[in-house]
Every structure is written in structure tokens, then in C-alpha cells.
Design a protein around this ligand. Structure first.
Ligand SMILES: [Zn+2]
Length: 105
């Protein structure tokens, strides 16, 4: 290991971006402590944008939940139509009797 002082974090950051100056280059090649500092510097810190994106991301099961709701709605409509045909009343009448809102909404 070189006997010179460890470069500052600012110098190490600059070295990460530019690869220079040469004295830092020579030092980090043989210094485990600076290698560890460089690893820590190389990991990007999460940004506010990252945090916001994670917060606003839809739940993983959103598509499944939407598909389930659509299936339930279609099944209810089919059941209502079958009921209307069995009882012999028009579908709109069955809708009025059995639902709180028209199915077309
Ligand atoms: Zn060092």
C-alpha cells in the first residue's frame, strides 16, 4: 500500500467520474480502505423521484383485481338476464327490481 494519505471523498468521487488524477489512481489501486469507500460512493442513493415512483406504483395484483371485478359484473349481468327470461319480464324491469343502478353505467 502507498504510504500517502487517503484521498478525500470528494477526490474519490472525482476519480470515479474521470479516472484521474494519477496520484489518486495509483493510491486506490493498492488501498482496501479506499476501495471500500469507492464501492459505497458507486452505489447511487435513492432519489425523491425513486421514492415517489415506488409510492405511486399500482399494487402488483391490480390487473387481477380488475379482471375479477369485470368477471363478477359480467356474471351478474348474465344472471339478471336469465332471471328476467325465467320470470318473463323485460330486462330493464328486472334491472329496476334487483339492482340499485342500471347495469349500463
Ligand atoms: Zn486509501
Amino acid at each position: 500500500m502507498k504510504s500517502r494519505l487517503h484521498p478525500s471523498k470528494r477526490k474519490l468521487s472525482a476519480w470515479l467520474e474521470t479516472g484521474g488524477p494519477d496520484d489518486v489512481d495509483a493510491h486506490v489501486a493498492g488501498c482496501e480502505r479506499c476501495a471500500a469507500s469507492l464501492e459505497a460512493l458507486a452505489v447511487p442513493e435513492p432519489t425523491v423521484g425513486d421514492a415517489l415512483a415506488a409510492f405511486l406504483a399500482p399494487p402488483d395484483d391490480l390487473v387481477d383485481r380488475i379482471n375479477d371485478r369485470i368477471s363478477d359484473s359480467l356474471r351478474s349481468r348474465a344472471d339478471l338476464k336469465m332471471f328476467a327470461e325465467l320470470v318473463g319480464i323485460p330486462l330493464p324491469t328486472a334491472q329496476l327490481l334487483l339492482t340499485e343502478r342500471p347495469l349500463d353505467e
